[in-house]
Design a protein around this ligand. Structure first.
Ligand SMILES: [Zn+2]
Length: 248
């Protein structure tokens, strides 16, 4: 795979022996690729990403994988809060309000190839290919509600939460019962927490709970219209089951 390496960001430091475990997908929210390059390579901005993918599918490698790029900010996943040390950040040249407000086919093809390569190199599991909004659901929306997760799941880069059979569903339900979890909300929060989300403040705070649910729905229920109505419960239980089976 060919990368453009003539632009380098000074915004990184050492991973201090932390292993790469996650891939985080972002959008730049800037108006074009030139702005994105100069922003991510500007020392004063103190942000960066390992990769940046343009609308025409060019992949810019701004920070070497072995270094700790600064893309996650305040974040949480699977009990880790220093996400930059354990992740690779990929920015997409996309802004919801700009002319670059489409995820082009060329961009997505390059993204998939890049993820495949990183996944293989660092033995990253599909539960660990996630959104900025997964690790910071209370402050970040990217890559946003139009990002085609479905295309990634059909390429087996994201979990496909297709229907569970009844036996498997019952295994999880029984487990909840045995642990005295009765309320659907409690079960949902526990499932999200086991998958990796930061649920520390959502029991008491409904606004945060709704933000978390929205982040989850956008990714795994996908269709915008369905987002409002369909219960996430079945999808989440399916997800949890597959997650437990594929955890390595
Ligand atoms: Zn981001």
């Amino acid at each position: 795979m060919k990368y453009v390496t003539k632009f380098r960001s000074p915004n990184y430091n050492s991973r201090k022996n932390s292993k790469i475990q996650l891939i985080i997908i972002h959008y730049t929210a800037l108006k074009n690729i030139e702005d994105a390059i100069s922003y991510l390579c500007n020392k004063e901005k103190k942000v960066s990403s390992h990769y940046l993918i343009s609308q025409n599918g060019t992949i810019y490698n701004l920070v070497k994988d072995k270094f700790r790029a600064w893309h996650a900010g305040e974040a949480f996943w699977q009990d880790s809060t220093d996400i930059n040390s354990i992740s690779i950040g990929i920015e997409l040249d996309y802004s919801p309000r700009g002319k670059n407000n489409k995820f082009s086919l060329k961009m997505l093809n390059s993204l998939k190839k890049l993820i495949l390569k990183l996944k293989k190199n660092y033995k990253i599991n599909i539960n660990s290919i996630i959104a900025h909004s997964d690790i910071a659901p209370y402050r970040k929306k990217d890559p946003g509600k139009h990002f085609p997760w479905k295309s990634l799941s059909s390429s087996k880069l994201v979990l496909n939460t297709k229907k569970l059979n009844r036996v498997k569903f019952k295994i999880i339900e029984d487990w909840f019962d045995n642990h005295n979890l009765k309320l659907k909300k409690e079960k949902i929060i526990l499932a999200l927490s086991l998958i990796g989300y930061d649920t520390r403040k959502v029991y008491q705070n409904n606004k945060l709970y709704n933000q978390l649910i929205l982040a989850y729905r956008i990714k795994y229920l996908r269709s915008e219209d369905k987002i409002k109505n369909k219960s996430i419960y079945t999808v989440l239980i399916t997800h949890l089951f597959s997650f437990m089976l594929t955890k390595s």
